[in-house]
Design a protein around this ligand. Sequence first.
Ligand code: IDP
Ligand code: MG
Length: 139
Amino acid sequence: MTTNRTFTMLKPDSVEKGNIGAILEKINAAGFRIVAMKLTQMTQRDARAFYDIHKERPFFGELVTYMTRGPIVAAILEKENAVEDFRALIGATNPEEAAEGTIRKLYATSIGENAVHGSDSDENAAIEGAFHFAGREMF
Ligand code: IDP
Ligand code: MG
């Protein structure tokens, strides 16, 4: 199944390093339209809920600390086949395994601090978009 929308976060390392503009440029150049976007900061509770699927993993505490340490940019993106195409644009979770030219290859530091989030399914794109933007009139 294809979808028109996905959800992304430019994670705290991207904001800290001043990479918001460069990453948004890549996203636009790849044909995604920004439907909703905000600078925000996740609380511990937010991050634990957002990454609940990983709560038993050994890196969960580190992940919550990382994702809450500073602002993120949360956005909903629109494009034909958005979920799959955006995962291709960001590259593998581990930047050492990410393809040349992908956002993680260019801007990630490590498997933990990997610059961006991209939803992995249509269902999760809808859940994650609602998590950050529920109640907005604009979409
Ligand atoms: P994804 O973001 O590519 O979908 P997931 O496996 O869903 O990757 O992991 C969610 C996030 O958890 C990753 O983006 C990364 O920030 C963090 N993470 C994943 N694996 C590790 C690890 O082995 N060590 C530390 N952090 C990790
Ligand atoms: Mg994932």
